[in-house]
Write a protein that binds this ligand. Structure first.
Ligand SMILES: O=C(O)CCC(=O)C(=O)O
Length: 321
């Protein structure tokens, strides 16, 4: 990575904020934030060194792209990986395979509301252990099923570039239904050929380096690219809260849900199942959110009428009689 690609750091950082502040300032307006100091009680932060992981689960097979590899073999591979697109370990069943790993971390308090929980065993994949050498990472994508996510770095560091939902990153071409995304072949290629273009854009991407002990909140619908600057270990979880429940339900209801919905075998029936499960676990919640959304829309319509009817700069009325 060239140093100029790491210079921009314009994410909002917070330490020790309350859940209400997080919801009001970041989750509700759907804005990314980097949270410091909220993993201080994680056993994983002190323990998840390579030697510990090899001792606990070196012979366990994890998902690495389309194949499964023993963790000790993956580390051996990582040691000599020099290619432009190194393999990346990304496993959604790590805590079921090795419950000890699952109990080495707790969901940060900001993300405790996780409404997919009410689907029990039928919930789509939602948590992953991520391990990769420097240079590995995730090319531009939007997270599945309109979920939001948090990503906690346990070892190493990650460079993030994020664009809001209505700004498609340069060099990225999603298919009309969003099911496929054509991107440059490697992350480095994106930086070499497209990063500079963002310098002249009015709406700059949000960027940061997330270090061990820090967590980034990735709001639903945001495009993001991540590259590991060192050998890294992280945990990520995707979730549904009251703030994105309606957009998740809309997503699951799309006519092409069978191609769009991911992380579960039951792609088509998930909408009905989830809606019914929400009605049982949180009665009246959907109706209340729909009402609030309609009120907000009406309020915005009223506001934009007055903005167009008045000259907002001088505060005077535009009409002449
Ligand atoms: O590579 C990473 O750590 C980012 C993972 C990610 O973007 C995701 O899980 O959606």
């Amino acid at each position: 990575m060239k140093s100029e690609w790491l210079e921009r750091d314009n994410i909002q950082r917070r330490r020790g904020i309350s859940v209400n502040e997080f919801v009001a300032n970041f989750e509700e307006p759907n804005k990314p934030v980097l949270l410091e100091g909220c993993l201080d009680n994680w056993a994983a932060l002190g323990k998840w060194e390579r030697d510990y992981l090899v001792e606990v689960c070196g012979d366990v097979r994890f998902s690495v792209g389309p194949v499964e590899m023993k963790l000790e073999d993956f580390f051996r591979y990582s040691d000599q990986a020099r290619e432009e697109r190194p393999l990346y370990l990304f496993d959604p069943k790590f805590a079921e395979k090795i419950p000890r790993l699952g109990s080495d971390y707790q969901v940060p308090v900001y993300f405790n509301e996780d409404m997919f929980c009410c689907l029990g065993n039928e919930r789509p994949d939602y948590r992953w252990i991520i391990i990769g050498p420097a240079g590995s990472g995730s090319s531009f994508h939007i997270d599945p099923n309109s979920t939001s996510a948090w990503n906690a770095v346990i070892k190493g560091s990650k460079k993030w570039v994020l664009f809001p939902p209505d700004v498609v990153p340069p060099g990225v071409h999603p298919s009309p239904d969003g099911a496929e995304v054509a991107c440059p072949v490697s992350i480095i290629e994106w930086f070499m050929n497209f990063y500079d273009a963002t310098k002249t854009w009015k709406r700059k991407p949000i960027e940061c380096v997330c270090k061990a002990g820090e967590v980034i909140f990735v709001p639903n619908g945001w495009w993001h690219l991540v590259i590991n600057l060192e050998d890294s270990i992280a945990i990520t979880q995707n979730f549904v809260s009251r703030r994105n429940l309606l957009s998740v339900l809309d997503f699951l209801k799309k006519p092409n849900a069978s191609t769009l919905v991911s992380g579960t075998r039951d792609r088509v029936n998930l909408h009905e199942k989830f809606k019914n499960a929400i009605e049982v676990s949180f009665p009246g919640c959907i109706d209340q959110l729909v009402m609030q959304a309609e009120e907000k829309k009406a309020e915005q319509k009223k506001l934009s009428f007055w903005e167009s009817a008045t000259d907002s700069k001088v505060g005077s009325f535009k009409f002449s009689f």
